[in-house]
Design a protein around this ligand. Structure first.
Ligand SMILES: Nc1ncnc2c1ncn2[C@@H]1O[C@H](COP(=O)(O)OP(=O)(O)OP(=O)(O)O)[C@@H](O)[C@H]1O
Length: 806
């Protein structure tokens, strides 16, 4: 019945879409009508398509006798009242499906999980929530246990799936949290932090429609991870979302360069904000003695105190470097014009202030200059201006205003003046500021007195060669202090003129849409229509509607946001947030002035040297105490057998940390195998081939130390040709080789870890890294180590297998 209704709705929407496409009436009104209909029906069809699989997955039988179906979207019947046939999982009426228990049934008598394959119901699972059930209630407090276990045991595909069908109560609480500020979701590996964050984004976009206008930013640790989670939100019908790494958040910069972790760690420190600020200040008229500026065949001269005074004027207001430069340039040009004018006057006036006939070589300007001035018409003007005809030398300036303006313009264009200004106070892009800073140890020493010599040395590099992810927050910091440089200002002015013209058109267009929507309300209103679209016409002004049109007709919110460094988002989600440096947090906070953020992470999994070990330390500078912590405690990924090993490592990491409780056991213990060091590549290849064959359609990851990636990939690829590896490996391949850094946030049916001792030794956070590697598997785990097991009790506890078994 539901699919029949979906078909009807899709047919209606497609019919209208086709009509809009077919109709090519040429009047403006017709065009407006067509485009508006097109955007609306295209979106409707896309939402219906996204909901096709697993359309309805739940049923609530209420104690009051009613019945409610829960699904991916809301659907109304075709009656005049438009009664709900299917309740959207995000609607308040769906909530009991996720939270009702026998102890707190929330008016529910029976909860049914419905499993479908295509359009067929293939399984049902009922829970009766009554007092009898209370006696046998699941101590684990799991909701819809059978469906949940089926979901967590299912083979992986290399793409994250949504979990709307089996969300658990502690997850639902976070997803629907009405907390407006920063919500931190802390939980061990596999507790569904990523899943919860994405579902929260979908929930917020559904519940607070205005958020769609500013969009949601989802920040993840790397491109591979973003691709892994990339389908979840579109699959839930939400598209106003920008997925990005921190390195991707500075438009125009592709931060792919790599650098030693120590350099990245230095760049991530909060102190770098002061370094960048000092680097900018150092470019604002630094003391350098008198400045001589060649002009004509003489020189103009600025005393230090002159340009320092000009700098003080430029910095007297709250202005950015490049804006202040415009004031500084104005002041300096005033000074130079006065100086040049005086010299001209000194040349053309005699001691009594009376004009001479020509240059006599006195003053700074030579005869040639004076001849040039004469040729340019100055003396003619001078003589007139000075009332030369009566020869009274009445003290009025020789150069009138237009002469001075001309002289000023000439000075402004003179190469010598420009070079001097550029040296005293250059117009800077963030890129130029940082390139100059990193390339010059003296600049660094001046801007970064708080860093040690070795730390400063780690930052040194030649200009050019691209940017690293850790540079991006510094570029952003610099952009905040610099403002638009001269070239950008010109380009912006042109773009503004274009945008103004476009906007005028959009407003006219919006007016048309407004008229149509209001005028044809009764015709337009149909079941399944989002009521807010209709009321929007009553509530929105033309301006706002124009903005909406811009969104739907021209570019999506995500596209606009991606291209604009100063875009601020309605909500920001940060995944693997423990990896972010203090500087990255500063950047993110600027993107979200409302501080409406969901931050998910696990401090025990921090691998980045610049990463965090305490949420409090990270957040206090930005939100004080105004953040809330929510905890997830159940691990849906890693079976108990594997988690026992990881828990041992966690205890060694920090006895205060508790591992999450695994939701299931598989009966398959992890294993380890010791090889002769030289045999590791060969045996690893053989094991990978064997494991891949046993997995069928499942996914296998081989996690290796970064330093051995190339060597081991070569060996394994010889035995498993489909192996994916490299900078951005294809996770949909059945077998993939990854470093720990790449494996973060991902999961696989089976995992092989090669050379754990090298992973432990590779960084000061080696144990955290190994903990991450150990917790990637949903079913099976094997560890191969050259020589004896590393001296970690947790690893030693893993049963060792002979080379011939496993
Ligand atoms: N309620 C649920 N129903 C079904 N599957 C779930 C549920 N919660 C989590 N999962 C599954 O558990 C796995 C782990 O989830 P997720 O990747 O979100 O965990 P995480 O806490 O972000 O892990 P990590 O910190 O290791 O990155 C995913 O496959 C997810 O689909």
């Amino acid at each position: 019945m539901l699919y029949r209704r979906v078909d009807e709705l899709r047919e209606q929407a497609s019919g209208r879409l086709a009509e809009a496409l077919r109709d090519n009436g040429g009047t403006r009104q017709a065009r407006v009508e067509r485009e508006s209909a097109f955007a609306r029906y295209a979106e409707r069809v896309a939402k219906l398509d996204a909901a096709e699989n697993g359309l309805c997955f739940g049923r609530l039988d209420l104690r009051s006798g009613g019945r409610r179906y829960i699904g991916r979207i809301g659907i109304l019947d075709d009656s005049d009242e438009g009664d709900p046939l299917l309740v959207d999982w995000r609607a308040p009426a769906a909530r009991p499906f996720y939270v009702a228990t026998a102890a707190a049934p929330e008016g529910v008598r029976r909860r049914r999980h419905i499993t479908t394959r295509r359009r067929r119901v293939v399984d049902l699972d009922d829970e009766v929530l009554d007092s009898e059930a209370l006696d046998t209630a699941d101590e684990e407090g799991l909701i819809g246990e059978a469906a949940l276990l089926a979901a967590v045991n299912a083979g992986r595909t290399g793409r994250m799936r949504d979990i709307v069908e089996t969300l658990q109560a502690e997850q639902d609480e976070i997803i629907r949290s009405d907390h407006r500020g920063v919500l931190v979701v802390q939980g061990g590996p596999g507790t569904g932090k990523t899943a919860v964050a994405l579902h929260r984004a979908a929930y917020l976009l559904y519940t607070h429609r205005h958020l769609a206008k500013r969009g949601v930013l989802v920040v993840g640790p790397n491109a591979t991870f973003l691709r892994y989670i990339g389908q979840v939100l579109p699959g839930l019908g939400e598209t106003n979302v920008l997925l990005s790494t921190i390195g991707g958040l500075f438009p125009g910069v592709d931060a792919r360069r790599s650098e030693p972790p120590e350099a990245a760690a230095v760049k991530g420190r909060a102190l770098m904000a002061d370094v960048v600020a000092a680097a900018v200040r150092d470019r604002q008229a630094p003391a350098a003695g008198p400045v001589e500026i060649p002009y004509g065949d003489g020189t103009l001269r600025l005393e230090e105190e002159d340009y320092r005074r000009a700098a003080a004027v430029a910095l007297s207001g709250p202005v950015l470097h490049n804006e202040a430069r415009r004031i500084f340039v104005r002041e300096i040009l005033d000074l130079l014009t006065r100086q040049a004018a005086e010299r001209i006057e000194a040349v053309v006036l005699d001691d009594d202030g009376l004009p001479l006939d020509g240059g006599d070589g006195r003053g700074v300007l030579g005869e040639a200059d004076v001849r040039a001035l004469l040729a340019a018409g100055y003396p003619g003007d001078l003589l007139d201006a000075d009332g030369d005809e009566d020869g009274d030398g009445d003290g009025r300036p020789l150069l009138d205003e237009s002469d001075r303006a001309e002289l000023r313009a000439e000075l402004a264009a003179a190469a010598g003046v420009r070079t001097a200004l550029d040296a005293m106070w250059p117009s800077l892009t963030p890129q130029r500021l940082l390139e100059d800073l990193f390339a010059d140890p003296r600049r660094l020493a001046s801007a970064a007195p708080g860093l040690t010599g070795a730390e400063r040395a780690s930052l040194w590099r030649e200009p050019g060669g691209g940017w690293t992810p850790a540079d991006v927050p510094l570029l952003d910091e610099a952009a905040e202090l610099l403002g638009a440089d001269d070239r950008t200002v010109g380009a912006q002015a042109r773009a503004r003129a274009r945008a103004a013209a476009e906007r005028r058109e959009q407003i006219a267009y919006a007016r048309g849409v407004l008229d149509i929507t209001i005028g044809s309300r009764s015709i337009d209103l149909e079941e399944g229509d989002e009521p807010e679209i209709l009321t929007a016409a009553d509530l929105l002004g033309e301006e706002e509607l124009a903005e909406r049109q811009e969104v739907t007709v021209h570019r999506t919110v995500a596209e606009r946001a991606a291209a604009d460094r100063t875009w601020t988002f309605g909500h920001v989600i940060v995944d693997e947030a423990q990896e972010l440096s203090a500087m990255a947090w500063r950047l993110l906070m600027r993107r979200c002035p409302s501080r409406s953020m969901t931050i998910v992470g696990d401090v025990a999994q921090t691998g980045d040297a610049a990463g965090t070990s305490s949420w409090e330390g990270v957040l206090r500078p930005h939100v004080g105490e105004r953040w809330r912590l929510a905890q997830l405690t159940v691990n849906y990924r890693t079976p108990a057998e594997i988690m026992a090993v990881a828990a041992g490592l966690l205890a060694a990491l920090d006895p205060g940390l508790r591992p999450p409780r695994s939701v299931r056991e598989t009966g398959v213990p992890p294993w380890r195998l010791s090889t002769a060091p030289e045999d590791l590549p060969g045996i690893l290849a053989e094991r990978a081939a064997r494991e891949a064959a046993a997995l069928g359609d499942g996914r296998l990851a081989v996690i290796v130390p970064e330093t051995r990636l190339t060597e081991l990939a070569g060996a394994v690829a010889a035995a498993v040709p489909e192996l994916a590896y490299g900078a951005d490996p294809d996770l949909e391949r059945r077998v993939v080789m990854l470093t720990v850094r790449q494996a973060k946030g991902l999961e696989f049916d089976s995992v092989l870890i090669a050379d754990p001792a090298a992973i432990l030794a590779a960084s000061p956070r080696g144990r955290n890294d190994l903990y991450v590697a150990l917790t990637r598997a949903t079913q099976r785990l094997g560890i191969l180590h050259p020589g004896p097991a590393p001296a970690e009790p947790a690893l030693e506890s893993v049963p060792e297998v002979g080379a011939e078994r496993t």
